[in-house]
Design a binder for this molecule. Structure first.
Ligand SMILES: NC(=O)c1ccc[n+]([C@@H]2O[C@H](COP(=O)([O-])OP(=O)(O)OC[C@H]3O[C@@H](n4cnc5c(N)ncnc54)[C@H](O)[C@@H]3O)[C@@H](O)[C@H]2O)c1
Length: 338
């Protein structure tokens, strides 16, 4: 049995479906918080075959479309609920994607990050240790590279210059995971995701905000006057990387069983090229408002993915053009647009 936290979230939803499609049994949990519209989280759950009324009444249910996929509403920071969850199931693998995400929100809501990403993550670690979990896989973030300016970013680079509280909590996950791997031999793998986009994506992220603004004739905000680049990674590529790390044998390793990998396209795009691709697929040119750099943000991200390729024989390969086409197609359907 696999525990997948953040299962009603963007990446969690895709991963849950990929795992059950191969016959794995998955318990998904999520607190369905309102950081962005919870209706999108409910829509993902509905698309995955969960009955909203049954979930609202019982708090947990099995998917009607995918037998072996279960969902339970639960918050990571609720220690008693987490203890009970782990006691009820014998999880062999835990994949922790639940987190308070978003760089900008962490400037105004630091406590939300401490509750989910620190207290919640320690509950995941403690229960994984207590209940003999064989492998803990968890989401970290490219934001841990912070103000580093050597590119591409490699896992061996020092990561001591976070630019936001979000980044600092993600780095703390890596350090905490190392402690549990060292003290208790809990095998852990952290994945530093680089700007993930795609169908069922997050409404707080630029590609979604831009699409909404462009289609509703509102100007889009281009920060740092467009001098930004991101290593945009298509969600299916992230899911494939996660899938391999969860299901394949962990490569042999000496010393503390704590691993960290970048997972990104390894092919950064400038913000303006990205907007141009979006405009082309939306069939509309954006009105652009050029602004300065936002607090907490970084200018560029660029993943060195040779370690993941070496150990798991995998690299993300979906082009921006294909990925944006798939996102726009979904966006139109979801929003009932022609
Ligand atoms: N999408 C990206 O570009 C990106 C980049 C780097 C890292 N990440 C990380 O990947 C993971 C998944 O991201 P996503 O894009 O799917 O985000 P998401 O916000 O769509 O998914 C996270 C889910 O976790 C749930 N959650 C949050 N706090 C919780 C808590 N305390 N208890 C239970 N559930 C909780 C939320 O309700 C949400 O559904 C996160 O850890 C995020 O920080 C994402």
């Amino acid at each position: 049995m696999i525990l997948l936290t953040g299962a009603a979230g963007f990446i969690g939803y895709h991963l849950a479906l990929a795992l059950v499609a191969e016959g794995h049994r998955v318990v998904g949990v999520d607190n369905l918080n309102d950081y962005y519209d919870p209706e999108l989280k409910w829509a993902r759950l509905t698309a995955a075959g969960f009955d909203r009324d049954a979930l609202a009444t019982a708090g947990k249910a099995e998917s009607r479309l995918h037998p072996g996929l279960f969902f339970q509403k639960l918050a990571l920071e609720d220690g008693a609920a987490m203890d009970a969850l782990f006691a009820e199931h014998q999880f062999s693998v835990v994949c922790n994607l639940a987190a308070q995400a978003g760089v900008r929100y962490s400037l105004s809501n630091p406590q939300a990050y401490v509750a989910s990403n620190v207290t919640g993550f320690v509950n995941v670690l403690e229960n994984s240790r207590k209940h003999g979990v064989k492998h803990l896989v968890y989401a970290s973030s490219s934001s841990v590279y912070g103000l580093n300016d050597k590119v591409p970013f490699a896992e061996t680079d020092a990561v001591e210059q976070p630019a936001s509280l979000y980044a600092a909590t993600k780095r703390s996950n890596e350090l905490l995971a190392h402690v549990y791997a060292h003290l208790y031999g809990l095998p852990t793998t952290g994945l530093r995701f680089f700007t993930v986009y795609g169908p069922w994506g997050r409404p707080d992220m630029a590609y979604y905000l831009f699409s909404d603004a462009i289609l509703n004739d509102r100007p889009i905000k281009i920060f740092n006057h467009g001098r930004m680049s991101r290593d945009f990674t298509y969600v299916d590529d992230i899911v494939e990387g996660l899938r391999r790390i969860i299901l394949q044998e962990r490569p042999a390793q000496e010393g503390v069983p704590a691993r960290i990998y970048n997972i990104g396209a390894g092919r950064p795009s400038s913000l303006l090229d990205f907007v141009e691709t979006l405009e082309r697929h939306l069939g509309k040119v954006a009105e652009k408002e050029y602004l300065g750099m936002q607090a907490g943000d970084v200018e560029k991200t660029f993943a060195d993915t040779t370690a993941l390729e070496r150990d798991y024989g995998y690299r993300a390969d979906t082009s921006l053009d294909e990925g944006i086409a798939a996102f726009v197609k979904w966006y139109r359907e979801y929003n009932h647009l022609p």
